[in-house]
Design a protein around this ligand. Structure first.
Ligand SMILES: [Zn+2]
Length: 333
């Protein structure tokens, strides 16, 4: 499942690629993913809105739209968002001849398209040119930055420059569209603890969490989204290995010195994973459909039976918190 570094990579990509674009159409073959609205209601509400930006809290993506609406997406097990140029642009011969720009969109993992958002690139269409009559609808809409009745002019127009395609083989992903202020009030968002790379996640805060949850095993505590948001199965194993702490130890038994080390390592590993565009150990892909890089530097995750890179001892796997945790019995105390 995508964790903090993967979701951050997606949010950063979206900000680079689609900020300022207008949604001109929506298609879905799996409307069950859309919570609280029918497909027709969802389409009607989202079409014509401008994308103001993307952000992340924990493992959740928020795409803020004009008219104070927010699209909230949880990728769950296998979901990932692909941003593709309109067909004519994919077939650009210049793109094909450049060996560096491999077309990852053709990879099998990116073929399970359940939903599509069609986008009009307002910059590309020179919407500032007041002489261009055709663009006036878009211009008015974008300038107002809010809901306009004539946004319905976009429905079914298929006048698009890009498309966001949502690939999700297992179909567990979740999509919610609501008022921006209401999204923050959703039960699962409100219940989230401090974000693991936010300014609020200080050593003092981490120390307090460990004190509050004296009897919790550190391998479980790190994954509790209502305590610290963003860390999942992959990074808890990697963090605990780097910090030299066994996952089955109780929070109360972890010394001040170890806590300081663990806190530093959380920041270090997550930052490195963001820089490497996340871990693609299974279905996660970035918005180009390309895998991340962190799976190449994993030390223990899914490496049971292999030799530890530091000491040659066999890496072990244990089930803690219903999920497998991986560790070196020698390097970790
Ligand atoms: Zn070792």
């Amino acid at each position: 499942m995508p964790e903090l570094p993967e979701v951050q990579t997606v949010a950063d990509d979206l900000n680079q690629k689609i900020k300022g674009d207008v949604i001109t159409d929506f298609w879905s073959e799996w409307p069950k993913a859309i919570k609280g609205k029918s497909l027709a209601e969802f389409s009607k509400e989202i079409v014509g809105r401008k994308i103001l930006g993307a952000r992340r809290i924990g493992k959740n993506i928020f795409i803020d739209l004009s008219g104070d609406k927010t699209l909230y997406i949880h990728l769950k097990m296998t979901g990932h968002l692909l941003v593709k140029p309109a067909k004519s642009k994919i077939q650009n011969p210049n793109v094909k001849s450049n060996p560096k720009s491999k077309n990852y969109f053709e990879d099998k993992v990116n073929q399970y398209i359940r939903h599509k958002w069609y986008l009009t690139d307002t910059k590309l269409r020179n919407i500032d040119e007041s002489t261009n009559k055709k663009s006036n609808v878009i211009k008015n809409f974008v300038d107002s930055n809010s809901y306009l009745p004539d946004r319905q002019a976009f429905v079914g127009s298929h006048r698009y420059d890009k498309v966001i395609e949502f690939s999700d083989v297992r179909k567990f992903a979740k999509i919610v569209l609501d008022d921006t202020e209401k999204i923050a009030e959703l039960k699962e968002i409100k219940a989230l603890g401090v974000d693991a790379v936010s300014q609020e996640f200080t050593f003092q805060k981490f120390d307090e969490i460990l004190d509050q949850k004296k009897n919790a095993l550190v391998g479980i505590l790190l994954m509790e989204q209502n305590l610290i948001a963003g860390i999942g199965n992959i990074y808890r194993s990697e963090i605990l290995f780097d910090a030299g702490i066994l996952p089955a130890r109780k929070a109360a038994d972890i010394s001040k010195v170890e806590r300081k080390k663990l806190y530093k390592v959380i920041g270090k590993i997550l930052k490195k994973a963001i820089e490497m565009r996340g871990t693609s150990d299974s279905d996660y892909r970035d918005t180009d459909g390309a895998p991340g890089g962190f799976q190449k530097v994993l030390q223990v995750y899914r490496k049971a039976g292999e030799k530890c890179k530091k000491c040659d001892t066999m890496i072990e796997r244990k089930t803690i918190g219903q999920r497998g945790v991986f560790f070196c019995p020698k390097c970790q105390k």
